[in-house]
Design a protein around this ligand. Structure first.
Ligand code: GLN
Length: 196
């Protein structure tokens, strides 16, 4: 099995190594690969859209011909996980900053995000989160993180920080405001692989 990591900008190597750790822990023969061109998407069974800068990633997805193909894959049921900037891109609705920066969203998940929800006071922090489906709390690292301000339709919140939704799932799609690849804990990446 192949797990792709969109590698146009942002936190790529950590996702590759934790995906490989997740394959090993699950006893699944699989490999994490980088995705830069449309043809790279043909062979992957699931996909990670990493953190980084959402406006930049969005523009590069369009430029490299990945944008429309990812939308199609998401609609066709391929498991896709977006973390931080990737979470913003999966959303159907953004906030005034997304509008102002003309950031094109993939609009796959029925949720609205607030792009830089924590402002300067809380640029980055760590919190142990209770995540639906995990027995033990997950050590979540937040870096200039968004929050999920509204969900509707089939989108379900999976974790909260201080009453704010920071993880959501809709069928084959998972969005996380935090960086699970920085946790040395492969449980969330295992969730993605198990969905294949
Ligand atoms: N705040 C960033 C953005 O708006 C996301 C931060 C991150 O991915 N670590 O794109």
């Amino acid at each position: 099995m192949k797990a792709g990591v969109v590698s146009v900008q942002g936190a790529v190597p950590e996702h590759l190594s934790i995906l490989n750790a997740a394959f090993e822990k699950l006893g699944v023969s699989g490999k994490a690969v980088t995705v830069r061109r449309e043809k790279d998407l043909e062979s992957v069974h699931c996909l990670v859209i990493p953190g980084g800068e959402s406006t930049t990633i969005s523009r590069l997805l369009v430029r490299f011909g990945l944008f429309d193909r990812i939308v199609r894959m998401g609609r066709e049921g391929v498991p896709i996980m977006g973390t931080c900037a990737g979470c913003i891109l999966l959303a159907e609705e953004g906030d005034p900053e997304v509008e102002r920066t003309d950031t094109r969203l993939l609009r796959l998940i029925k949720m609205q995000v607030n792009r830089n929800a924590f402002g300067r006071q809380r640029e980055s922090f760590e919190a142990r989160l209770r995540v639906k489906g995990l027995d033990e709390p997950f050590p979540a690292v937040f870096i200039r993180a968004p929050v999920i301000t509204r969900v509707w339709g089939g989108c379900e919140p999976m974790a909260f920080w201080d009453d704010m939704a920071v993880m959501a799932k809709q069928d084959n799609l998972i969005a996380l405001a935090f960086h699970p690849e920085l946790a040395r804990d492969p449980r969330i990446h295992e969730m993605l692989i198990k969905m294949v």
